[in-house]
Design a protein around this ligand. Sequence first.
Ligand SMILES: *Cc1c(COP(=O)(O)O)cnc(C)c1O
Ligand code: SF4
Length: 351
Amino acid sequence: MEKWQKSLADSIDSPVQLAGRFNLDVEPLRSVVARYPMRITPHYLSLIEEVGDPIWQQCVPDPRELTDTQQADPLNEQGLSPVPGLIHRYPDRVVWLVSSQCAVYCRFCMRKRGVGCGCLHSARGDHAAVLAYIADNPQIRDVILSGGEPLLLDDEVLDEILTGLRKIHHVDIIRIGTRVPATLPERITHRLCRILRQHHPLYVNLHFNHPREITPVSSRACALLADAGIPLGNQTVLLSGVNDDPEVMKTLMQRLLAIRVRPYYIHQMDLVQGTGHFRTPVAQGIAIMEGLRGHTSGMANPYYVIDLPGGKGKVPLLPDYVKRRGGKFFLRNFRGKTIEYRDIEKGLSTP
Ligand SMILES: *Cc1c(COP(=O)(O)O)cnc(C)c1O
Ligand code: SF4
């Protein structure tokens, strides 16, 4: 057994195991876990400083998960799935759910309907069907491995998937979405990096939500990936009580850059059943973006996106910097000053 597999086996998966460490009534949490699984790795557990802190809220079950009445699959991922485990929403790219398991079950997960059970992902026996679909659709040039957690697959299975994709000539880039550098950093081994680097161009998008998730061990995991020549991005979920604060978000984005991770998206919470207590008003997301642009490195600015209900696509939102009057633009800068900008008078060139 590898070290990361031992850590996974040593994770806690029932509320009773919290009772010894923290002062709380675990009884109401039992029914939550019966519906939505719990797992907290030793590493992630060690980041909790007190009951209710930003780390706690992300991983410890909450009775409010059972009273939320939103839809289980508001993005219609099921309906957009041509073969089990594959989501084909946009013309040139697909999401391939290769695992239903995660190192830590985030309480706000957008795939809460399926993580932890066997029903979300394509099993190993179905991989041929997924690869055949991608091979039959030459417009697909970008494949995103997601789940669940792709990096909970064994090295051999992962290599098999990547090798299968690389045999399809029209697949240009492969992306892997993973949260293990934050939750199970020991999973990023030299061996894993040696496998990944054989399948370039490969991008990895990480998932850090709070500056306290960036520790010396998670930084080292990111360094191993970056040293394997893998461009690293980050997708953050905007979470009430965790990171819905311009200063916290600015610190997170700055620390990500310091470990060679480029912020990519801040996601508005999807309207997923069981996650309502994390939702923030859109105005809060816009205020966070306002707090970044101009106030810190441009590279620390991700896109703030809403993933439209029904799987209609991601849309970026910005503070209202632009006002138009006739041929003139009035543009507001980061200090709140509006400056006039005169456009040239020329039609758009159309192909
Ligand atoms: C987010 C998403 C993608 C990737 O979108 P990008 O903007 O290219 O990162 C692709 N397919 C689905 C279904 C998605 O939800
Ligand atoms: S790691 Fe990702 S897929 Fe897994 S529970 Fe967290 S948000 Fe969901």
